[in-house]
Write a protein that binds this ligand. Structure first.
Ligand SMILES: [Fe+2]
Ligand SMILES: [Zn+2]
Length: 479
């Protein structure tokens, strides 16, 4: 329940609050003595047009309704705030509001005493906050929601929460859904596949690197053209994203058809669409491929398939079988080398289609039928249906509308998101030399987030600007 009518309310509160010489706004004496309040104090008192509610000199929280105020009235573009025993309610517009629990607000104070502005780590002792904490005073200002709390170690404590930060983090009546910029694709992507140049990606400014990573985010893959056809240049390119993830195949691995590693990748055989590392608990996030040379033969076209596209088809056309793929885990192994035997932990835990338990969003595809281990955990009455489900999945993966075939040549790098896009190749003959690398999903997401702060927050929330000088703000989006 939110009520406004602040002209009257303000007047009512003015009467009930102590007035100090020169102070125009409604802060109790104790608040002005608070240590944490000192930096906020000057802002607080210099603001004009701020409106305050639900405060008394005794520290009791009084709702505007209790004060007989019933007419919502928004002015000065400052949202209306109201506090009760457990929550602060904010009226963004006559139709839109959010509520924040008192304990949540206190825990999320980002003043320098509660949140370290350099390490970006919480300093407030969450467990010292009384579970029934109530604001002494709540006030909407041009800078945000200002709240005066009973102090934990000081007499009172002041917090300011920017309005855009509150809107972005509203959990009761969420106001912001992160726009999903994924582009789901089929074979038609061949007409205009995403691509950037090596020069752009290597440029110190970072704009080209950002474009590469945004494309991977959108499409699940992106080419880089004009890369020197050497393992060294490929490694430098990978390191623009972050640490390369070393594996049993090496750091920058090189594949020739010599079976130097116990894996079919090291043959001339065709490979059906699959994701790598189904035998890891945490399969690699980004996979980079670069054909360095191919002589004395032909074939070896590269295949990529958007797993999210095929999962969508499956869900639409065969919901019952899709459900099996999203529920029944598939154990896997990498056992071609005598010194290594990889299985995920726990082995039978990960279904090929992993959906977010809360949002229902597809978050990961994990599929390599060649690496599948014994299916000894199937329910007896689901065995035949499960085989039917993977047969349909395989058929949909291999439909011409799903497949994007491309003949890569030296100088063109392909990077895929291994949690989404499956890859494969056709058989070949001759001498083909391919190099590549794995980069963890966290390294990739970290670099993407840093570049997003740099290139997008100027037009987005502007939070990183708030700290000045382009440094990260305590209100930055991912903290
Ligand atoms: Fe592979
Ligand atoms: Zn604080």
């Amino acid at each position: 329940m939110i009520r406004g009518g602040f002209a009257r309310l303000h007047t009512a509160l003015r009467r009930s609050w102590p007035h100090h010489g020169g102070m125009r706004y409604l802060v109790p004496q104790s608040a002005r003595q608070s240590k944490a309040c000192s930096t906020l104090e000057s802002r607080w008192f210099s603001l004009t047009g701020s409106r305050s509610i639900s405060s008394t000199a005794l520290g009791e929280v009084v709702s505007s309704e209790q004060l007989g105020v019933t007419q919502p009235k928004v002015h000065s573009g400052i949202p209306i705030a109201n506090a009760d025993e457990r929550k602060v309610s904010i009226l963004w517009s006559p139709q839109s509001w959010s509520r924040f629990h008192n304990i949540w607000l206190r825990d999320h104070c980002r003043c320098p005493d509660c949140f370290h502005p350099i390490t970006m780590q919480r300093l407030v002792n969450t467990f010292e906050i009384p579970p029934d904490i109530k604001p002494i005073h709540v006030q909407g200002t041009t800078e945000g929601l200002e709240v005066v709390w009973p102090g934990l170690n000081t007499e009172t404590h002041s917090s300011v929460y920017p309005w855009d930060w509150l809107q972005a983090n509203a959990y009761d009546q969420p106001l912001h859904t992160t726009p999903d910029r994924k582009v789901i694709w089929g074979s038609k992507i061949e007409k205009s596949p995403p691509s950037v140049t090596y020069t752009e990606v290597m440029d110190d400014g970072g704009k080209g690197l950002y474009e590469w990573l945004v494309n991977i985010d959108k499409f699940g893959f992106c080419f880089v053209s004009g890369v020197p056809a050497t393992p060294e240049a490929t490694e430098e390119l990978c390191q623009r994203i972050g640490f390369i993830r070393e594996s049993q195949y090496g750091k920058i691995w090189e594949i020739t058809a010599d079976l130097s590693m116990g894996d079919t990748a090291y043959t001339t055989m065709a490979l059906g669409a699959h994701t790598d590392n189904t035998y890891f608990t945490d399969p690699t996030g980004i996979q980079v491929f670069h054909i360095l040379s191919h002589t004395e033969g032909s074939g070896g076209a590269s295949l990529i398939v958007d797993g999210f596209y095929v999962a969508g088809l499956m869900k639409e056309l065969y919901p019952k079988f899709h459900e099996l793929l999203s529920r029944v885990p598939i154990p896997a192994h990498a056992a071609g080398e005598p010194y290594a035997l990889y299985t995920p932990s726990p082995p039978a835990m990960y279904p090929p289609l992993r959906y977010h338990p809360n949002t229902g969003e597809l978050i990961q595809v994990r599929w390599n039928n060649d690496d599948r281990s014994v299916m000894n955990h199937l329910a007896p009455d689901e065995v035949e249906e499960w085989y039917e489900a993977i047969r349909i999945w395989n058929t949909l993966l291999k439909k011409p509308e799903s497949e994007y075939w491309v003949q890569l040549s030296p100088g063109t790098v392909l990077a895929t998101n291994n949690h989404r896009v499956l890859h494969g190749r056709s058989a070949f003959d001759g001498k083909r030399r391919l190099c590549g690398a794995y980069i963890g999903i966290d390294e990739y997401r970290s670099k993407l987030a840093v570049l997003k702060e740099k290139f997008e927050d100027t037009v987005g929330y502007g939070w990183s600007k708030r700290s000045g000088g382009g440094t990260r703000s305590v209100w930055s989006r991912d903290l």
